[in-house]
Design a protein around this ligand. Structure first.
Ligand SMILES: *Cc1c(COP(=O)(O)O)cnc(C)c1O
Length: 386
């Protein structure tokens, strides 16, 4: 089976992990800060905090702004459930924004309308989580404009967008946002096995997230409520978690970063090949935007209604039967049974639902060969003409 996404591990990645296994520290050693420093340098950000997943990163980011009961987080419905669940972990509520159909990203105009209506009722969100779908940046400058008008925190869920750029700068630099979250799950752009990271230019948010990552514990005498008892002393100042990344994971992530340029180059080359080879099929291909370059986490095509009789499910099944591991991104989060229980229903966000009905993710990862990609194209062509 040709999967839709997959890690590429080189010999030096393996050596980096083995080096940690032979060293004194499997966790809480030097590999984690080394990875953090490398990522913040790459992205041009002041602070980076590594954790054991992007889901943990989202949770801690919400805690760090004191999101809690009575507060609301808004995000796109076209995302993985984790972008929304993080609010519920904190006892806050979730609401969704429909997408811009062209990009699959949250619609700035839908957001603006919703803010205007909710502002008059005193129901503004505390935070909006912008998800850079498939690797293409949201319109961050427009979102920042809404932040200055309505005053909410702006997070970037950049799980798809490590190495992508917006206005000529790497995503993760947080020019327009309070913080950015990356995932290092194996299907993402670079991997640490499992892992995530928060990037921010705010020293305050960074310190809070570091403390929440280790049980809410601090060894900093400046923040203690009584004089230190001695060198062993620490204080738990709030309720945190064990969301640490291990040195084993961090060494892998750090080593992967050495290959980031080749990874992005190959992903772009494959995306261009898809563009060329699929342009005469009844499919809507991914758009490009002037302000953005994408790392191409996903190559997402959509059936064009009226131009083909083939249903997405039939297309999916036909390709799977040929050993092609196509996927669907995403089932709109608001339609998940858990979210329906909270009051959402089908019909709430029509563009996200239409996208879901028509969409298919094709295989794209650095070690996908030209021949394998040609096979995908050939089978797609056959399935579409069936
Ligand atoms: C993968 C992903 C996550 C979760 O990442 P983990 O590291 O697996 O926790 C969150 N948001 C989006 C958009 C993702 O694609």
């Amino acid at each position: 089976m040709i999967p839709y996404g997959k890690q590429s591990i080189l010999e030096d990645d393996i050596e980096a992990v083995v080096d940690v296994l032979r060293s004194d520290f499997l966790t809480q050693g030097p590999a984690v800060p080394r990875f953090e420093n490398a990522v913040k340098e790459y992205c041009g950000t002041a602070h980076a905090v590594a954790v054991n997943s992007a889901t943990s990163a989202l949770h801690l980011a919400c805690l760090a702004i004191d999101l809690g009961p009575g507060d609301t987080l808004w995000t796109s419905s076209n995302t993985f459930v984790a972008s929304a669940n993080c609010a519920l972990y904190c006892g806050a509520s979730v609401d969704f924004i429909d997408i811009d159909f062209d990009t699959g990203n949250l619609s700035v105009s839908a957001l603006e309308q919703k803010l205007e209506i909710r502002a008059s009722k005193g129901q503004l969100p505390k935070v909006v989580v912008a998800v850079h779908y498939a690797g293409l940046s949201c319109d961050m400058e427009a979102l920042a404009g809404l932040v200055s008008k309505y005053g909410f925190y702006l997070f970037e869920d950049a799980s798809h967008a490590f190495g992508s750029e917006y206005q000529g700068k790497k995503i993760g630099g947080c020019q327009y946002s309070d913080l950015t979250i990356f995932s290092f799950h194996p299907v993402k752009i670079i991997t640490s096995g499992e892992g995530g990271m928060v990037l921010t230019n705010s020293a305050e948010l960074s310190e809070r997230i570091q403390r929440l990552r280790i049980h809410g514990i601090s060894r900093d005498v400046a923040v203690m409520s009584e004089p230190s008892h001695g060198p062993w002393y620490y204080q738990q100042l709030e309720l945190g978690y064990n969301y640490r990344m291990s040195d084993i994971h961090a060494a892998l992530g750090r080593s992967q970063l050495d290959h980031i340029d080749q990874i992005i180059q190959r992903r772009n080359a494959l995306a261009h090949r898809y563009h060329e080879k699929l342009s005469n099929l009844p499919l809507q291909l991914p758009v490009s935007l002037q302000d953005c370059t994408s790392s191409w986490h996903l190559y997402v095509v959509r059936l064009v209604e009226g131009e083909t009789e083939v249903e997405r499910k039939a297309l999916f099944m036909a390709l799977r039967k040929k050993g092609i591991g196509v996927q669907v991104h995403y089932i709109p989060v608001h339609t998940q049974p858990y979210y329906q229980q909270l009051g959402f229903s089908w019909g709430d966000y029509p563009q996200a639902e239409k996208h879901y009905r028509l969409t298919l993710t094709l295989p794209l990862y650095p070690t996908l060969s030209d021949a394998e990609q040609d096979y995908v194209v050939q089978q797609l062509r056959i399935a579409l003409s069936a």
